[in-house]
Design a protein around this ligand. Structure first.
Ligand code: F6P
Length: 374
């Protein structure tokens, strides 16, 4: 039997393309006579029953808008709810019973949850409690397993590679090193691809631990070859040989409390001291999450949204839209959250970067025992 009412929410950090998904879900459902309700501020709206009845006009003109018209939250978790008025940060409560009531009050046949790793993990828990949920893979980090790419990643990559392009001219004019810090959490996709696309000289990612000596050696080697400037692209999650990352802050109550950030400044100091070259640092931060989605992200988000709506309408719960090759398909949400999709340190992309002379700051680059970039 076809579903009659579908809920939709956007959870976790925002990213370009969320509105394109909301629009695609809404239009697909509305055109088939199914009502759509949008919950505000991610899972918070679902617990607190804050919502918006979605009509054709409410999703008109939002395809190319960044952010999310529904609002989002990367703290609200119905299974350990800490937001007022349902509890305090000191007493997380399981609000899944309340979520069930809200489902009932609206007569929802399914919920489309648009989110990353954290939001899909919550979706899975709701599924296990008998709630009909379908997922759409979102995140600029591109770290969700079971899909080739998440929407939002291409837009973030466009910002990051543009930044790497832009710092080239000023670094060259002043004979400086410029470190560009990207987002990406525990995956190095943004740094790797922006570094390759923008011609970064050193790329530091969480999947390949760096040594300060190797970073300096790579920059020194460029200087000896007459190159008076260098660009380092550092993922916020880059790790040193001890496996240490730089944490910017801890967000109490968040399902994933650690916020990475600040590695760019550490690398800047290492380079300035170790190479004696004046260094500047650019932290791209939330610029990578803002603004207009690229054409690719709008195209992908629309396809993901349409497919998720179809899954919801057909009662195929527990599935998440996914891209395999060029084909839109679906995978169990359980599979999508099983592990993070990270860069393969020995994979073709890293090899290609090494082949064109890029350093990853690996100690082997100095000892010559493989991974050489010189
Ligand atoms: O997951 C997306 C992301 O932008 C990460 O790349 C980054 O580490 C994190 O979210 C930042 O979160 P917040 O918006 O809470 O600072």
């Amino acid at each position: 039997m076809a579903a009659k009412k579908i809920g939709v929410l956007t959870g976790g950090g925002d990213c370009p393309g969320l509105n394109a998904v909301i629009r695609a879900v809404a239009k697909t459902c509305l055109r088939r006579g199914c009502a759509v309700v949008g919950f505000r501020d991610g899972y918070a709206g679902l617990v607190e029953n804050r919502f918006l009845e979605i009509t054709d006009s409410s999703v008109s003109g939002i395809l190319d808008r960044g952010g999310t018209v529904l609002g989002t939250s990367n703290i609200a978790n119905p299974l350990a709810y800490t937001l007022p008025p349902y509890g305090t940060p000191a007493s997380p409560s399981d609000m899944s019973g309340r979520v069930k009531e809200v489902f009932k009050e609206h007569g929802l046949d399914a919920l489309v949850a648009i989110g990353g790793d954290g939001s899909m993990t919550i979706a899975l828990e709701l599924l296990r409690r008998g709630l009909p949920v379908v997922g759409v893979p979102k995140t600029i980090d591109n770290d969700l397993a079971a899909t080739d790419v998440t929407f939002g990643f291409d837009s973030a990559l466009a910002v990051a590679s543009d930044a790497v392009d832009k710092v080239h001219t000023t670094a060259e004019s002043h004979h400086r090193v410029i470190v560009v810090e990207t987002m990406g959490r525990y995956a190095g996709w943004i740094a790797l691809r922006a570094g390759i696309a923008g011609g970064g000289d050193v790329i530091l990612i969480p999947e390949i631990p760096f040594s300060p000596e190797a970073v300096c050696a790579a920059i020194d080697s460029r200087r000896k070859r007459g190159k008076r400037f260098s660009i380092v692209v550092a993922a916020e999650g880059a790790v040193n040989l001890k496996g240490e990352q730089v944490v910017a802050k801890v967000v109490e109550g968040s399902p994933e409390p650690l916020r990475l950030g600040g590695i760019g400044y550490r690398i800047g100091e290492i380079v300035e001291k170790g190479c004696g070259i004046e260094t500047r640092v650019v932290v791209l931060g939330h610029l990578q999450r803002g603004g207009t989605p690229t054409a690719h992200d709008r195209w992908l988000a629309t396809r993901y949204g349409v497919h998720a709506a179809e899954l919801a309408l057909e009662g195929r719960h527990g599935m998440m839209s996914a891209l395999h090759g060029t084909k839109i398909t679906e995978v169990p949400i359980e599979e999508a959250v099983r592990h993070l999709r990270r860069v393969d340190p020995l994979g073709e992309e890293v090899k290609a970067a090494r082949s064109v002379g890029t350093s990853f700051g690996s100690p082997e680059e100095i000892t010559g025992k493989g991974g050489s970039c010189s």
